[in-house]
Design a protein around this ligand. Structure first.
Ligand SMILES: CC/C=C\CC(=O)SCCNC(=O)CCNC(=O)[C@H](O)C(C)(C)COP(=O)(O)OP(=O)(O)OC[C@H]1O[C@@H](n2cnc3c(N)ncnc32)[C@H](O)[C@@H]1OP(=O)(O)O
Length: 725
């Protein structure tokens, strides 16, 4: 809705559609009606447009994009209608003016913003472009470079920056509405021609052609298969090169391409999935709606290795006073140095720098080797070496030292939360908080509830994720939880493909072309091959505890590849040693080059094990890696480890570099079609009967038998499940 009211000479149109005043068709209709009413009323001399509840508008109603033509098509003419008004129209921007909301403001003749307001054209992030003439008006107002930056990245900018760019005419600290009405009264009778952006020429650059050429290279490099940034670029280029009307026609053509590309649907799924996971629920019946978080006034991190350092940095950035603990002074000093370096770098990126972060103040960040200093903290995050005995020892100590009610979190990436909790006297306060490396950068926080974890503990961990500006996803307790458990069969397939005839660079290329930032081998070299090796040794899969006589390529009757173990035995741990699946310029180097040594090692390995080398095409590489990962996802859903497919998608997008424009693995499966996923898994499973990861999950089969229902309905088939599942 939009409420129309007339004060003295200024009519007020208030956009009203809580919580963010999204521009639904009803809101647009009411806006149009209001404009026409104001136009027809001779006593109205000016119009002011604002939003209800301190928010201008978050743009078009994304839920309405199921009927996209009507949606995109409806807004452009209204923006034109605003601009062509013979009475001055002022936008009063409070809260947010995003997407279509900002396009409405660009149609207005004047824009005034509250200093805390945020503006942006984030359409690119949901696979679209600002299709209500925004790609044509914004460059005319702020110039091509700034407009291109805003439109191709979708970033939100604060009002202060908007003022510098000339996006708004004025910013105010107090009442924006009153200021806008004052401005509207002031400009009554002034010529509107110069204020109509469609009539303005594009600010010229001395080297526009060269600028655009270089910008296109940058945009393409960053997009990696994501279509919207490049099409946003093309629309802005049209603004630079064509008259307004022709630019608008080009914008519409490009928007149509995006609307039918499938990527917009995937990105919108990702948008709503990220919001859906906030509404967590546990099998016990506890949920986000009934559980309240405890305040975290002071926290502690135990262990200052790579993960601990990132976690400390993350907590300091969230302004949470903190104790950072190591086992001895040598490790403490090493950790402190590394943390300080990270924080200095982070401070340099922030307005206000080190003062904002305040990490030199021991009252805010205290380094110690004294466990006693954890007595008064509200929450501890343990981030030590991945070893059950060590973790249990630490949790036993923590449960004795920490105050009653303190939350005890473990950053384990795979170990059993219940076993860790069993070392404490308060298992209800123990929870997994699995950060991803680098912990101060990666958005995902996998939150693992143990059998005894209390609803308050879950709510507190979710609240912590929010404070750290991360996406918290609550999952159940099993080996590898959700993310790593799905990753195991994916990596396993990648290694099996090498055994059968492929090469690391061929496998990585296929998955990077699909959109992953790094293929499995480049990723493994970055993370360090020794991490998995240690875990396999602990599981008795390799190393001294492996019973003699165990076949080299079989464990527990299933296919096993010793390739990663063999590389580790050669000291090839990846980037850190300068050699892994690739070779690097030096230990710690970042540039991966295919390694002839590895190629001949693989040939020799195949000869030793009598494996006939065969050519493996891209389709097989993609399907075996991705479908085995997805298959595990279905097993996870059936076991109740995650509450829905969107949880898995959010985890993969935010923690594992899954290309967002493909909507996450489970959404991707829904677009491929479950019958096809099932048929392919069946085919590969027949060829490799000793690989459980390729054996289709019962839940996947059930969904196919049910006629391939839409992703939103999957979980309902689970609740009606029979004992077969
Ligand atoms: C054809 C081209 C023409 C126009 C194109 C467009 O305008 S496309 C839309 C462009 N706008 C956006 O992409 C903005 C999306 N929203 C946001 O970035 C954030 O929601 C926002 C506004 C910064 C607020 O963030 P906050 O963290 O405060 O709240 P939250 O994200 O949880 O949102 C609250 C609920 O509002 C729903 N919502 C937000 N924006 C929209 C929208 N544009 N359309 C529909 N619904 C929207 C969001 O899903 C939340 O709902 P909930 O039921 O609680 O999950």
């Amino acid at each position: 809705m939009a409420h129309y009211a007339r004060g003295s000479a200024v009519a007020v149109i208030r956009l009203c559609n809580p919580p963010v005043n999204a521009l639904s068709l009803a809101v647009l209709q009411a806006l149009e009606d209001g404009l026409k009413k104001a136009d027809a009323d001779p006593s109205v001399k000016a119009v002011m447009i604002c939003g209800e509840n301190g928010k201008f508008s978050a743009g078009a109603d994304i839920r309405g994009f199921s009927s996209p033509e009507r949606h995109g098509g409806a807004l452009g003419p209204i923006v034109s209608l605003i601009e062509s008004s013979e009475k001055p129209v002022v936008a009063a921007i409070e809260g947010v003016a995003l997407g279509g909301g900002l396009e409405v403001a660009l149609g207005c003749h004047y824009r005034i913003a509250h200093m805390k307001a945020q503006m942006g054209l984030p359409e690119v992030t949901i696979g679209l472009l600002p299709g209500a003439e925004g790609t044509q008006r914004l460059p005319r107002l702020i110039g091509v470079p700034a407009a291109l930056d805003m439109i191709t990245t979708g970033k939100h900018i604060p009002a202060t920056e908007a003022l510098k760019l000339g996006l708004v005419d004025e910013i105010v600290e107090e009442n924006t509405i009153e200021a806008a009405i004052r401005l509207a009264n002031k400009v009554i009778g002034q010529p509107l021609g110069p204020r109509r952006l469609s009539l303005k020429p594009i600010p010229r650059l001395p080297n526009m052609e060269a600028f655009l050429r270089e910008a296109l290279v940058r945009v393409k490099q960053q997009a990696r298969g994501w279509l919207a940034p490049e099409l946003c670029f093309q629309a802005v280029r049209a603004a630079a090169e064509r008259p307004f009307a022709a630019g608008v026609r080009r914008e519409r053509e490009l928007l149509q391409v995006l609307l039918t590309s499938g990527q917009a649907r995937a990105l919108q799924h990702a948008f709503f999935a990220e919001r859906a996971v906030r509404r967590w629920a546990a099998p016990s019946g506890a949920s986000w709606s009934s559980a309240a978080p405890q305040p975290v006034r002071k926290a502690a991190v135990v262990g200052l290795g790579t993960m601990g350092r990132g976690i400390v940095t993350s907590l300091v950035k969230a302004n949470i006073p903190l104790v950072a603990l190591e086992q001895n002074l040598e490790y403490l000093n090493k950790g402190r140095k590394a943390v300080m370096l990270l924080l200095e770098r982070e401070a340099m990126k922030m307005e206000g720098g080190a003062q904002t972060l305040d990490f030199h103040n021991p009252a805010r960040l205290h380094f110690t080797v004294d466990f006693d200093l954890l007595r008064d903290v509200d929450l501890v995050i343990e981030a030590v070496f991945e070893n059950m005995a060590l973790k249990k020892e630490i949790f036993h100590k923590l449960s004795k030292i920490c105050k009653p009610g303190a939350l005890l979190c473990t950053n384990t990436s795979a170990l059993n939360i219940d076993e860790i909790a069993s070392a404490t006297s308060c298992p209800q306060q123990v929870i997994g908080t699995h950060f991803f490396s680098p912990a101060h950068v990666m958005r995902l926080l996998e939150i693992i509830r143990g059998r005894h974890t209390s609803p308050t503990a879950i709510a507190t961990a979710m609240q912590l994720a929010k404070a750290l500006k991360k996406v918290g996803v609550v999952v159940g307790n099993c080996f590898g939880f959700v993310g790593n458990r799905m990753m195991f069969p994916y990596v396993q397939q990648a290694v099996f493909l090498l055994e059968e005839g492929s090469r690391p660079e061929a496998v990585d290329q296929v998955l990077e072309d699909f959109g992953f930032k790094l293929g499995p081998f480049r990723m493994s070299d970055l993370a360090g091959l020794d991490v998995g090796w240690r875990s396999r040794k602990d599981q008795g899969l390799t190393g001294p505890s492996l019973p003699s006589g165990t076949p080299a390529r079989q464990r527990h009757g299933q296919r096993y590849s010793p390739l990663p173990d063999l590389l580790c035995e050669q000291g090839r741990f990846g980037q850190k040693t300068g050699k892994g699946w690739y070779q690097y310029e030096q230990a710690g180097g970042r540039t991966a080059t295919p390694d002839p040594w590895l190629h001949s090692f693989l040939s020799h390995y195949r000869d030793t094990h009598h494996i006939k080398t065969r050519f493996i095409d891209q389709e097989e590489i993609l399907e075996r890696c991705l479908f085995s990962l997805i298959n595990e996802g279905f097993a996870i859903l059936a076991e109740g480890i995650a509450s829905g497919p969107e949880h898995l998608d959010v985890i993969y997008i935010n923690g594992y570099g899954w290309p967002k424009h493909r909507g996450g693995p489970m959404f991707y499966a829904s677009t491929v079609g479950l019958p096809r996923v099932l048929a392919k898994l069946q085919k590969y499973s027949e060829v490799h009967p000793d690989v459980p990861g390729l054996r289709p999950s019962a839940f996947l089969k059930k969904l196919v038998a049910a006629g391939n229902p839409p992703i939103k309905e999957w979980m309902s088939y689970l609740s009606q499940q029979s004992s077969k599942l």
